[in-house]
Design a protein around this ligand. Structure first.
Ligand code: COA
Length: 435
């Protein structure tokens, strides 16, 4: 198949971009850097203006978000990653609030046009299919709706199965580049993250179907699950922490009602080991984000246990995960999709887990959210809340009960001031509430 492909240079490929276009880039390690560089070259030469760029979290550089391209590129993120954070906070780039499950719908419903979709794909198989590898998410929807689809064929893109497999006929322009995929680096969990991991693991039952977000806490949780049985994975992403559990048979997907025996995800971040693991592995299905993150599909599996992190929680259980006050930090991601899906699953558990204080010692449990903070998980959605000091279930609890429960797992240095704030808020009867 490969010999039939007609490759052009990246410079030639991006010539289809014109002023006013909306461009979608595939995410994480699949961001097509060679096309990005060629596009930025055209931007340097002012060959177009007002080109909007959309994507989820990408690894590597995001030069189009540089303030010097004001008026030429405008990045409107579906999730704010570290490479575009400063530009978004300074107003040179922007953020579109959107549930991860609905990022695909932005294109399929026509809410956002997609003029050019750019991504990396694996080499083709004998049947004329390539794989989207580590980024199916909203990329498949962008491919379906784009005027032009430009694919970088890269032998390092893993041949992931599932919706990731697309026919060559969906692609208009091919570029060849075999740069290795950028691995994602996660620091080893520290003492506090390990304690959070233990407190979360204590809530995970045999037969649970897991979703975990980005960062050190998921790996700290997974490290505690060596003696569990029949765990499954239905998630938006996973990283290295699942690999030893698959190898030992702890993760086998035996207790799934849908996709039995399979690990299901929509994008992946991790080391080369993760990319090797999903390569031609029929046990892994990389699916459209409209499937992985649909709360009603999530809820079809029993014992869905979703663990996500946040920046701040107030004493009533409102969770901010995307901003520090008015300063935008990340995005909603799949947090609400999975919190709600888990809460609707038979025997499911929705968990928000985070350290009780920041590295500077600021309490992340606060009397009220910072002015301008975005509520991601509402106080109606929240169930379990975990810190290094314990786990509490807020579901069905009144505002005053919640304040007592949250204070009980706050950092000891802050419990007194939180008690005082609750007393001021709820009045003298507050202290009569038992738990
Ligand atoms: N007040 C002030 N600053 C705070 C704060 C608070 N309450 N909480 C965190 N911060 C600061 C930290 O000090 C840190 O600052 P630094 O970058 O200068 O070190 C920064 O904010 C990030 O905090 P940290 O705890 O290190 O974040 P993280 O890397 O663990 O990520 C989220 C946490 C919430 C940003 C991340 O989980 C997220 O994006 N979640 C939303 C999306 C989601 O849940 N998706 C589903 C899974 S992919």
């Amino acid at each position: 198949m490969r010999k039939n492909l007609k490759f052009v240079s990246a410079q030639e490929a991006v010539k289809v971009v014109k002023s006013g276009d909306h461009i979608h880039l595939s995410s994480v390690a699949s961001a097509p850097q060679i096309l990005i560089n060629a596009l930025v070259e055209r931007g340097e030469n002012k060959e177009f203006k007002d080109v909007r760029i959309h994507h989820l979290h990408t690894e590597g550089e995001a030069p189009y978000a540089n303030p010097k391209f004001e008026g030429i590129f405008f990045h409107q993120a579906f999730f704010v990653g570290s490479n575009v954070r400063k530009s978004v906070q300074a107003g040179y780039a922007d953020y579109i609030p959107i549930f991860l499950s609905e990022t695909q719908k932005l294109y399929r419903s026509g809410t956002l046009p997609c003029n050019v979709a750019m991504m990396q794909v694996s080499t083709p198989d004998n049947h004329g299919f390539v794989s989207l590898g580590t980024s199916v998410d909203a990329t498949l929807a962008a491919i379906e709706t784009a005027d032009y689809v430009i694919a970088v064929v890269n032998k390092n893109v893993p041949r992931a199965w599932g919706d990731a497999m697309i026919p060559l006929s969906m692609i208009d322009i091919f570029v060849e580049d075999n740069t290795p995929l950028e691995p994602a680096h996660f620091a080893d969990p520290d003492e506090i993250e390990c304690a959070i991991g233990r407190n979360c693991a204590a809530l995970i039952e045999d037969g649970a179907n897991l979703q975990m977000g980005i960062g050190a806490i998921p790996n700290a949780v997974l490290a505690q699950l060596g003696n569990h049985k029949n765990l499954g994975i239905h998630t938006e992403m996973f990283a290295d922490g699942v690999l030893p559990l698959v190898e030992s048979g702890v993760i086998n997907g035996a207790n799934k009602a849908i996709d039995k025996g399979k690990l299901v995800a929509t994008f992946l971040m991790g080391s080369q080991k993760v990319y090797d693991f999903i390569d031609d592995n029929p046990m892994v299905l990389m699916q459209d984000v409209g499937y992985t993150n649909d709360p009603f599909i999530i809820a079809k599996n029993p014992k869905v246990t979703a663990i996500n992190s946040a920046l701040q929680i107030d004493l009533t259980g409102q969770v901010c995960a995307d901003s520090i006050g008015t300063k935008h930090y990340s995005g909603v991601g799949g947090q609400v999709d999975f919190i709600y899906g888990a809460s609707q699953s038979q025997g499911g558990k929705a968990i928000i887990a985070m350290p009780s204080v920041t590295k500077k010692g600021i309490s992340k449990i606060a009397p009220v959210l910072n002015l301008g903070a975005g509520v991601v998980t509402t106080r109606n959605h929240i169930h379990w809340f975990v810190t290094e000091h314990g786990a509490v279930n807020l579901y069905g609890k009144s505002l005053q009960e919640r304040a007592r429960l949250l204070t009980s797992i706050a950092h000891p240095d802050h419990r007194e001031s939180l008690e005082k704030a609750a007393f001021e808020r709820f009045g003298p009867h507050y202290h009569h509430i038992g738990l």
